[in-house]
Design a protein around this ligand. Structure first.
Ligand SMILES: Cc1ncc(COP(=O)(O)O)c(C=O)c1O
Length: 481
């Protein structure tokens, strides 16, 4: 009889029917975990007593495995302090591999460690300017005050304090009048769009999306089964007449009216009214993605499209990724009053997955006035950083570059019209040098013809830093592949 080769996972299972004794199976679980790097030198392991009760075996069985692991140098008993994986063990990377196969398996299983965003990264706020000390204070105050109610499942529509804070902020700062019960907290813009699709759309429904636009919008809608209809954008925003020609009976339009992503234009009043008019005639919905409407450098932020919505066709989607930081993974959608029930139901089915503690801290940050202070500071800082990057690019490239400094937002568009290479090639060269420039042409469909490099300016630390980056970029773009 040929013996079947055991997979590593089979080796990990405790199986009473196996001929391998239980203490040996436990020993092998630990050894494999250490060899695969799941347990690292210095990691504490469970006490023999608690592991025995977890696995439903006698304490002596676990102790026998632990003794063997200690005897072979895998474990280091620390007396009263328990047992740890021997700190002197080599890390699994440098440890000798038994075979090429094992090496390949380990590489496959290795997860990428989080890395800070590269220079010129689009769409992130100034990470150096976030008030971390204040944030830490608010987090620990909330954590200390945790009650039994806070530890229970939260409302899937969002923490009531956060929904109230968002409604107050929108009314004052974005001209959006809504009741907290119309605000649904989500895990960010994509989650908001998925929730909207779940609550309002059917398979094969057609949805207008901007061309060029924000690629995740299409990705989310398509994965939910909807058909996206790219509609061109000009200097006044989405060309509504073109949308009506392509798909007058579409069920929804997703737009970025404050600051079109990625061109940066603001939708004109005429277009806003035209879009609202179409939606009310066609009984279609409009999703207003107001991802960075707070950031305008000339004059006050523009009122939201939602503030003009007399027929209740607009769903307003906001995100904390740009105004606080993306790792929070928090966004929200404001829905017309008549849709509260449908969204409450959809939120219950999906559960928003947003931790109660984080939501409560964001609510405190808003209620206590830190949010508006932070935004005001960031507006001034970004205006300076935007200017620094533009000046440095002009110095490095002279009249070879044309810079599109939009009225708002967190990125600029640099156009290198005289270069023969397309923007995708230029972006590749920049990225090879570690600069995360993105090609504008990749954000549109085949009919969109405009090229340039999108560059985030929010994390430019100083004028010198900007000059270093611009010089690096010049060298990178001049380098032939
Ligand atoms: C156009 C647009 N909408 C929305 C978002 C926010 O997305 P999220 O909340 O998933 O971070 C971004 C972020 O880059 C964006 O560029």
């Amino acid at each position: 009889m040929t013996q079947k080769k055991k997979s590593p996972t089979a080796l990990l299972a405790i199986d009473r029917a196996m001929s391998t004794p239980l203490h040996r199976q436990i020993y092998e679980r630990f050894r494999t975990a250490i060899e695969q790097g799941l347990l690292r030198p210095g990691d504490r392991v469970a006490s023999a007593r608690s592991l025995a009760s977890e696995l439903g075996v006698a304490r002596g069985t676990v102790e026998a495995a632990y003794n063997q692991l200690a005897g072979e140098g895998y474990f280091s008993p620390q007396g009263q302090a328990g047992t740890v994986v021997s700190p002197s063990l080599p890390s699994p990377r440098s440890a000798r591999r038994t075979s090429r196969q094992a090496e390949a398996r380990a590489a496959e299983q290795e997860l990428a460690a989080p890395a800070p965003p590269p220079p010129l990264q689009l769409g992130i706020p100034a990470l150096d300017a976030f008030p971390r000390k204040l944030w830490a204070r608010l987090v620990s105050r909330r954590a200390r005050a945790t009650t039994a109610a806070d530890m229970f499942y939260g409302d899937p529509s969002g923490h009531p304090l956060l929904r109230t804070a968002i409604a107050a902020y929108l009314r004052v700062s974005r001209g959006v009048a809504c009741h907290p019960s119309q605000v649904f907290v989500t895990g960010g813009y994509r989650a908001s769009l998925a929730l909207i699709s779940h609550a309002l759309l059917a398979r094969d429904d057609r949805v207008w999306v901007e061309d060029p636009g924000y690629p995740p919008t299409q990705e989310v809608l398509r994965s939910a089964g909807q058909r996206t209809v790219p509609v061109p954008v000009d200097e006044e925003g989405l060309v509504v007449a073109r949308g009506m020609r392509k798909a007058a009976k579409a069920k929804m339009a997703v737009v970025t009216p404050s600051h079109q992503a990625p061109l940066g234009v603001s939708m004109s009043l005429a277009r806003r009214l035209q879009l609202l008019d179409w939606a009310s005639q066609a009984k279609a919905w409009i999703v207003e993605d107001d991802y960075d409407g707070e950031y305008r450098y000339a004059g006050p932020p523009l009122p939201a499209l939602k503030s003009l919505d007399r027929h209740d066709r607009v769903l307003y989607a906001g995100s904390f990724s740009k105004v606080l930081y993306p790792g929070l993974a928090l966004g929200y959608v404001v829905v017309p009053d008549a849709l509260r029930g449908a969204f409450g139901e959809a939120a219950r089915t999906g559960s928003n997955g947003c931790p109660q503690l984080t939501q409560a801290v964001v609510a405190d940050f808003m209620h206590e006035g830190h949010f508006s202070r932070h935004l005001k500071k960031m507006r001034l800082l970004y205006a300076r950083r935007r200017h620094m990057l533009a000046a440095a690019l002009l110095k490095a490239f002279g009249n070879e570059v044309r810079i599109d400094l939009q009225g708002g937002g967190m990125h600029l568009i640099a156009r290198f019209d005289r270069r023969r290479e397309g923007d995708e090639e230029l972006a590749r060269r920049a990225q090879r040098a570690g600069l995360n420039c993105q090609p504008l042409s990749a954000r549109g469909t085949a009919s969109f013809r405009d090229a340039g490099l999108l560059m985030g300016f929010t994390n430019i630390g100083s004028a010198i830093h900007a000059q270093q980056l611009a010089t690096m970029l010049r060298t990178a773009l001049d380098r032939k592949p």
